[in-house]
Ligand binder design. Structure first.
Ligand SMILES: [Zn+2]
Length: 287
């Protein structure tokens, strides 16, 4: 191969520097636009099988102010007390979160708060339990912590949040960890550590209208009230560890357009999250 051909081959092999629905720029380690623009793209409603609805023209009030930098980050002390009062153990807020480029000390700290649903347990053609939020099988963390599993693959996320609001650490928040195809298959190593992953427990069923195995039916509403409340606390606490407000994202919007893209989280309502965030921030200001 001539030098010119080799150079051309190298060029075609290089990854596209701007990728995905929300145009991730590998050099900048950021999606396109201001934090508010990124959040609007990454938080557009995810429908059945990952179909996206148009994003709202603007973010709801609290998130909009947060993304505009108009809400100060609460102090470590205040958030430490909040976590203790709510009996949430995420490893404290004194240590920073992971850094991008697989923990490169010169790389930025994590910037994105990625919301998933576990799509577990799977009920197949059976109905969901009557009390979907309180059901013991639904709320069990056991499936996410399999015995003798490969520690490089499991647990699959930093945090797990069930429908009664319990939180369990899967991977330390300081550990660079990837959980989407955009990170593993497209961006590669630079992405590792830039994203913090939260799995929210949500059962699934088979949609009989779709041939073959599928888990397309999710509960609606998808998230319990406790999950929105706890997610708001986690969003605040992880932002404090990151030293700045994280940008919320969803697995499905990150992976949209990639082969075998995931459809989670289903039925996430940004207004409900915004209300929960508003309540928690207001309570912190009063303390
Ligand atoms: Zn996911």
């Amino acid at each position: 191969m001539s030098l010119l051909l080799a150079a051309l081959a190298l060029q075609t092999a290089a990854p596209d520097p701007v990728v995905g629905l929300c145009r991730f720029d590998v050099a900048q380690l950021s999606f396109a636009g201001s934090p508010a623009e990124q959040a609007r793209c990454l938080m557009q409603p995810v429908g059945k099988r990952g179909a996206l609805a148009a994003s709202p023209k603007r973010l709801p009030g609290t998130l909009s102010r947060v993304m505009a930098g108009r809400v100060p980050l609460p102090s470590r002390d205040v958030v430490t007390h909040l976590l203790a009062a709510e009996r949430m153990d995420i490893g404290g807020v004194d240590q920073p979160v992971s850094r991008a480029r697989d923990g490169d000390p010169t790389a930025p700290l994590a910037r994105y708060f990625v919301i998933h649903d576990t799509s577990t347990p799977y009920y197949g053609d059976e109905p969901f339990p009557a009390d979907i939020d309180g059901d013991a099988r639904v709320n069990s963390f056991r499936p996410y912590f399999p015995a003798n599993a490969d520690p490089e693959k499991f647990p699959v996320a930093h945090l797990f949040l069930n429908r009664i609001g319990q939180v369990l650490v899967g991977q330390p928040l300081s550990r660079p960890w990837r959980a989407t195809k955009l990170e593993t298959r497209v961006i590669g190593l630079p992405a590792k550590g830039l994203f913090l992953h939260v799995e929210t427990v949500m059962p699934r069923r088979r949609d009989p209208a779709i041939e073959g195995w599928n888990d397309a039916i999710a509960p609606n509403p998808g998230f319990s009230a406790r999950q929105y409340d706890r997610l708001a606390i986690l969003y605040i606490a992880l932002s404090v560890r990151a030293g700045g407000w994280l940008i919320p994202a969803q697995h499905a919007t990150m992976d949209h357009g990639l082969p075998q893209a995931h459809d989670d989280p289903q039925n996430f309502r940004i207004k409900d999250f915004d209300r929960a965030l508003h309540r928690r921030l207001r309570a912190l200001r009063r303390d």
